[in-house]
Design a protein around this ligand. Structure first.
Ligand code: AMP
Length: 424
């Protein structure tokens, strides 16, 4: 049997990479304007980092990690998300000595052993941003704004922003008690996963996707009623900034997120038309993580966007949202001296910055024109022996079929002018 790609992974074929590059270019441009610099961390880390950072009782750590032992007996794991690695690097390289907040972004593959379906993969790409070293509620709002600006810049609309505050460990003690008291009455009716969660980390129950559990949590006490003064005030300021800047959002007091490191503000952005996997981005504050990973107690906030889902949403909303680049010219020849001249012309044009294709299979002129068409070349440069004697070539405009004689030393200028006139 032929070997196929592992379940839950994707090959991004050449005709798809243009879309990715389009979104990646928007990301880099956005980060430049907001002052976030790129950081690249390893795709695998010590397993312990994720256990401590993301939380032992989370689905990601309990069930979804690609953890393995290397040949020296170390326990390593493919990163299931980007924040823990970025914070580890921040602490390891003492980035806290820099001007705070340190503003970083990353882009790259993440790995989770999840049940694959549309929009949910085992290897997926995330773009994420982290701002470490400030408690300013405006920074929480900046984190909500960044993905919104990205979606808009890509041409997406119809997304919804949900916001909540899950408080700090202080407020959660009381909330946990209230929640346990409430859940306790119905413990037996929850799914086996939730029954375990109730024992280990009851907040997780709010995140369960099972219909039965969702119905049971319907009337649970709300975390927002248990916030300490500081968290309540922080949340109030976040909402005021959101209102002041005219950002549309809904409050969802049951939003908890699947990672334990979050504190205070959490948010999720969804595209309802995407179906079951409709979250295209999410984030929040994580004021305890830097210390948890061995650094100073520094507050931080961040978010991550799932790029496959963003592209699915863009595809769904139809319309051409990015320009597919096309070759400037196809250089056609008839072998012999015309081929010798063709390689010279092709090389020269490429050095001058043009995208030029040619025939490598010794095909007929008709077949070469077909190739030029298929490749979407704007023009064909036809090199015939009799034209060569006159130091010219024929340039055919593929869309109209119009032909024109162009002097050999004028080809680059002619094609460049044509590209400027008819778009890249
Ligand atoms: P999380 O790190 O779980 O907060 O996820 C952040 C974003 O990454 C989500 O909103 C999704 O867009 C994306 N994402 C998370 N898990 C997957 C997955 N298994 N496949 C594709 N995208 C994912």
């Amino acid at each position: 049997m032929n070997i196929q790609r592992p379940r839950g992974t994707n090959d991004i074929l050449p005709e798809e990479t243009g879309k990715w590059q389009f979104v990646e270019a928007k990301i880099r441009e956005l980060c430049r304007r907001y002052g976030y610099q790129e950081i690249r961390t390893p795709v695998f880390e010590h397993t312990e980092l994720f256990v401590r950072g993301i939380g032992e009782a989370t689905d990601i750590v309990e069930k979804e990690m690609y953890a393995f032992t290397d040949r020296s007996g170390r326990s390593l794991a493919l990163r299931p998300e980007g924040t823990a690695g970025v914070v580890r690097a921040f602490v390891e390289h003492r980035l806290d000595a820099r001007s705070l907040p340190v503003k970083l972004y990353y882009l790259g593959p993440m790995f989770r052993y999840e049940k694959p379906q549309a929009g949910r993969y085992r290897q997926f790409a995330q773009f994420g941003v982290e701002a470490i070293g400030s408690i300013d509620p405006f920074l929480d709002v900046e984190m909500i704004m960044l993905p919104i600006e990205l979606y808009r810049a890509c041409g997406l609309d119809g997304f919804q922003v949900q916001v909540n505050s899950i408080g700090c460990p202080k407020c959660r003690v009381q909330y946990r008690e209230a929640l346990l008291k409430h859940l306790g009455a119905n413990v037996d009716q929850f799914c086996p996963n939730c029954r375990r969660r109730i024992e280990r980390n009851p907040l997780r129950v709010l995140d369960c996707k099972e219909e039965k559990c969702r119905a049971l949590v319907g009337q649970v006490p709300l975390i927002t009623d248990y916030l300490c003064l500081e968290c309540a005030d922080h949340f109030q300021q976040v909402k005021e900034y959101l209102d002041q800047l005219g950002i549309d959002y809904v409050l969802n007091p049951q939003l908890v997120r699947g990672l334990d490191y979050y504190t205070k503000t959490v948010f999720e952005i969804t595209v309802p038309t995407l179906g079951a996997q409709n979250a295209i981005g999410a984030g929040g504050r994580y004021d305890g993580l830097v210390e948890e990973v061995g650094g100073k107690p520094l507050p931080a906030v961040g978010y991550a966007v799932g790029l496959e889902r963003l592209l699915l949403a863009l595809d769904q909303q139809a319309g051409r949202y990015y320009e597919e680049p096309r070759p400037d010219a196809y250089v056609a020849h008839f072998g012999g001296v015309t081929k010798a001249k063709a390689v010279e012309i092709v090389t020269d044009l490429r050095r001058r910055g043009l995208w030029v294709e040619m025939d490598y299979l010794g095909r007929s002129l008709k077949a070469q024109m077909k190739s030029a068409d298929k490749l979407g070349c704007r023009s064909a440069v036809i090199i015939g022996e009799s034209e060569l004697e006159r130091q010219i070539v024929k340039v055919r405009h593929m869309a109209t079929g119009d032909e024109q004689d162009v002097k050999l030393d004028q080809i680059a200028a002619y094609l460049t002018a044509d590209r400027e006139e008819h778009g890249a």
